[in-house]
Design a protein around this ligand. Sequence first.
Ligand code: SF4
Ligand code: SF4
Length: 128
Amino acid sequence: MSFFTMTKTLIKSIFHGPYTVRYPLEKKEPFPASRGRIEINIQDCIFCGLCARRCPTGAINVEKPESRWSINRLRCIQCGYCSEVCPKKCLKMNNMYPAPSFENIEDVYQNARVPDNKENNRNIAGAC
Ligand code: SF4
Ligand code: SF4
């Protein structure tokens, strides 16, 4: 690096200000291609179990007889394999960073396709 380039970089850095943000007071928007939290459209799920078989960390559990799909948030490493293999395209990665947590949270989606049991068609957090 030449002396001129170095001086130019130095002066630019002096007047630029900090490159970091004062988290949590300020938050940065995730980059467009960021991998984030897995979300399911349970209405379209056929409980085939492909996502659970493909998941490298065993974060997903599918029980077809009970029409039950669940994910252990702490185990998920946001690799995206489950959303790639889903034949119904009902899994997607939200472009958001999961909140830090010490709790072993399992999100459960159950009986979504049973009309009499619509009350259970919601996200039941903390069932682990
Ligand atoms: S791969 Fe898709 S359709 Fe199959 S169980 Fe997983 S989320 Fe449901
Ligand atoms: S993103 Fe990866 S680790 Fe997370 S649930 Fe899907 S397959 Fe498993």
